[in-house]
Ligand binder design. Structure first.
Ligand code: SF4
Ligand code: SF4
Length: 379
């Protein structure tokens, strides 16, 4: 812990991060300490923080502060250290505690029943690797696309696309469990490592060598966090991981996937923080959208590295307060200035946040995932 928090000494109090933070933008300054305070001005040691426990969970881990910080201060990692210290002392919002408990008991943070995890795939003829079927590629569905009825549409769209491209793929059925991303960023380090260990064991048991994910949060976690956990635990993790937009972009380039049906729509694309700013995947989702005949892509003012967070990351999707809804509403209003038919994204959390926000903001805009538009274009 000390080494991460030692970064605080590098803060030159320039305040540049305050100009980028979406929570500062939508929340009263006195309600959120802000990246500058998190990075440099928060009282130490960790157990004597004066911040209210909910407030430190307002940070979405969007990475916008770290992107602009001239001192390269990893505010996201500092935030996580503070959360870890708070959790150790039992100071955590009830909804977050429920999400952690569910991840521990049921292998997903949504309270979903384990035996129903793969119900969304019934009748689709998808191979179930957990039942002994072999496949070259593991489609790691993720918790939200498995259990949320809206996001299940994205998983079904991906199955349709993978089949059209004749991929040899399968799922882990009811054996799939949370990658641990929200658990990790909420700050429950022990549970995150436990989930990662069980997942690595499962991947190795089934000889998984390639994974494609629905969610950029799973993608980022497998890519960034699992190798070091595997090393720490003396386990093997030799797996190539892709977000589905990367895979679709490749398939299009290779001519293994073509879109034959027109989708006449003006769309604008939300770079999910975990896919864009944090994983540097900016072009591939746009490649997929531009390959769809009839579709026109318009860019919002704040885009790519400067994209504005939907408010669902860092475990915040499980924190219920009115303050937190303001981020997605602010972004929907920005999108609405382009008068698009569709606000499109490539992340389950963005999809859920924007679905709600268009209703609250009273905007007549459809919210879709890149995968849904791509599946429509298959005909
Ligand atoms: S990571 Fe994002 S939400 Fe969190 S403090 Fe930095 S800019 Fe604000
Ligand atoms: S941008 Fe970096 S150096 Fe400047 S106040 Fe924020 S955390 Fe400190």
């Amino acid at each position: 812990m000390t080494s991460i928090l030692a970064n605080s000494d590098k803060c030159i109090r320039c305040g540049l991060c305050l100009t980028q933070c979406p929570v500062i933008f939508t929340t009263a300054r006195e309600s959120f300490p802000g990246p500058k305070t998190i990075a440099g001005d928060l009282p130490r040691p960790s157990h004597e923080f004066t911040v209210n426990e909910d407030i430190i969970f307002y940070c979405t881990i969007c990475g916008a502060c770290a992107e602009i910080c001239p001192a390269d201060i990893p505010v996201d990692l500092i935030t996580r250290e503070i959360r870890r210290a708070l959790i150790e002392t039992g100071r955590i919002a009830v909804t977050l505690r429920d999400a952690l408990e569910s991840a521990f008991k049921h292998g997903n943070p949504w309270g979903g029943i384990r035996s129903k995890r793969s119900e969304w795939a019934e009748g689709l003829g998808v191979k179930d690797i957990s039942k002994g079927e072999n496949a070259e590629l593991l489609y790691f569905v993720g918790c939200t696309p498995s259990y949320d009825t809206r996001v299940q549409e994205v998983a079904r769209s991906l199955v349709k696309i993978f089949k059209a491209a004749e991929l040899d793929f399968g799922i882990l059925g009811n054996e799939e469990r949370c990658c641990g991303e929200p658990v990790n960023w909420i700050g429950e380090e022990g549970l995150f490592e436990e989930l990662a260990e069980k997942n690595i064991e499962l991947f190795n048991k089934h000889g998984i060598k390639k994974i494609v994910t629905t969610s950029p949060h799973c993608y980022m976690t497998f890519k960034e966090d699992y190798p070091s956990i595997a090393e720490k635990l003396g386990m093997e993790f030799e797996i190539g991981v892709k977000h589905y937009t990367q895979l679709l972009s490749e398939l299009l380039q290779q001519g293994r996937l073509t879109f034959s049906k027109k989708v006449d729509a003006l769309v604008t694309y939300q770079d999910p923080c975990s896919l864009g700013r944090r994983s540097k995947v900016f072009d591939e989702p746009r490649d997929v959208l531009r390959a769809i005949p009839g579709l026109e892509l318009a860019e919002m003012e704040r885009t790519r590295e400067e994209s504005y967070c939907c408010g669902g990351g860092g475990g915040r999707i499980f924190l219920e307060t009115e303050v937190l809804e303001r981020l997605s509403i602010e972004r929907v209003k920005e999108a609405a200035r382009l008068k698009p038919d569709v606000l499109v994204t490539a992340c389950p959390f963005c999809l859920l946040k924007f679905d709600d926000a268009v209703k609250v903001a009273g905007k007549d805009i459809e919210v879709k995932d890149v995968a849904e538009l791509a599946a429509e274009a298959l005909g």
